[in-house]
Design a binder for this molecule. Structure first.
Ligand SMILES: Nc1ncnc2c1ncn2[C@@H]1O[C@H](COP(=O)(O)OP(=O)(O)O)[C@@H](O)[C@H]1O
Ligand SMILES: [Mg+2]
Length: 325
């Protein structure tokens, strides 16, 4: 698989002219491909960068920090692909130094067809096909937890949300899914894995883009949860199902719960997972919405304080408000 590269001069130009508030209005415009809870993925409309999905990480203070992240990011990709056996899109990275000397790290991926991304594809899937898609996701997730069980020192985390998968060869005009349909896993920018129980990624990086007035609250109450939830298969599946509220398909939830519980009992009994209850999914979702919308709201407040009151730069691209029920 080719290691992707980007034209660094063009990236630097992009960074110089970037309008983080409206990336699509930057000097070199960027088209948003998708928002996650904390990051934005876009395609930069300039020769040399087309066809690449870029995720921009402006959190590093020094090149050493960025270099340490790069190593962990590469290793995570390697473990997922070569050891766990997931399929990943072609990827690479690029690092530039801004005029003020700060590094900006870009994760690069081949741009996948927008309609192939799980949450977008859902719009073309009836009930039966949507359930088939989730079963395929569960089988990919199984590889991770089977791997973790077979391992002594290494433990890998994964975020199984439907928006983190791309259906290979998906045709929205003729949506078709079967046992052999392949999925690519996209969301490798939070490389969580432990070696002999030790988290490799520096948790402080999570706090960098948080409002400074919140850092202590997050460190005290949330950091532990965010860093550990993706190690637990049952929680990852709960999260995957709860996301169907956000993806506007809540009517599927009872069937998804039944599907997951059947999968736990029939396909992965050796993992000893206790069944998920619909009630648990609902309360998980309520809490999740509350936390993330509160968090986004406070980041916007922080941006306001920094740019309008303190007249300083605010380097992060914030997601637009996500439509939720
Ligand atoms: N390679 C890609 N091609 C096309 N769209 C992408 C690609 N990578 C990410 N996206 C879009 O951006 C969204 C967020 O990306 P993701 O890696 O999941 O970030 P986050 O960690 O913020 O969830 C995805 O759900 C998808 O819609
Ligand atoms: Mg994601």
């Amino acid at each position: 698989m080719p290691y992707l590269q980007a034209d660094l001069e063009v990236l630097k130009e992009f960074e110089r002219g970037l309008d983080p508030r409206h990336p699509e209005k930057s000097l070199i415009p960027a088209q948003i491909l998708g928002y996650g809870e904390i990051s934005t993925v876009f395609e930069i409309q300039a020769g040399g960068l087309e066809g690449l999905a870029c995720k921009r990480l402006p959190v590093f203070r020094t090149r050493d920090e960025a270099e340490a992240y790069r190593g962990i990011y590469e290793e995570y990709n390697r473990i997922l692909r070569d050891e766990v056996g997931l399929q990943l899109p072609a990827h690479g990275h690029a690092e530039i130094l801004k005029d003020d000397g700060r590094p900006v790290f870009f994760i690069l991926q081949e741009k996948l067809p927008p309609a192939s991304i799980g949450n977008r594809a859902l719009a073309f899937l009836d009930r039966e096909k949507a359930l088939a898609l989730v079963l395929l996701v569960l089988r990919e997730l199984r590889k991770v937890w089977d791997y973790n069980r077979s391992q002594g020192a290494l433990e890998v985390a994964l975020d199984g949300q439907i928006s983190n998968w791309s259906i290979v060869g998906f045709d929205p005009g003729n949506p078709h899914l079967d046992e052999d349909t392949r999925l690519l896993y996209l969301d490798t920018s939070t490389p969580l894995f432990r070696v002999a129980g030790k988290e490799q990624l520096d948790p402080e990086l999570f706090l960098r883009s948080a409002p400074s007035f919140l850092v202590w609250v997050i460190r005290l109450f949330f950091l532990e949860d965010v860093m550990t939830r993706y190690y637990h298969f049952r929680l990852v599946v709960t999260d995957l199902i709860a996301n169907f509220y956000k993806e506007q398909r809540p009517e599927l939830i009872p069937d998804l719960v039944a599907l997951a519980n059947r999968f736990f009992a029939e396909e992965v009994p050796h993992l000893g997972l206790s069944p998920i209850a619909e009630k648990g999914v609902v309360s998980y979702y309520r809490e999740d919405v509350l936390i993330w919308s509160l968090y986004l709201g406070l980041r916007k407040l922080d941006r306001f304080l920094r740019t309008r009151v303190l007249r300083r730069e605010y380097p992060y691209i914030l997601p637009r408000r996500i439509k939720r029920r």
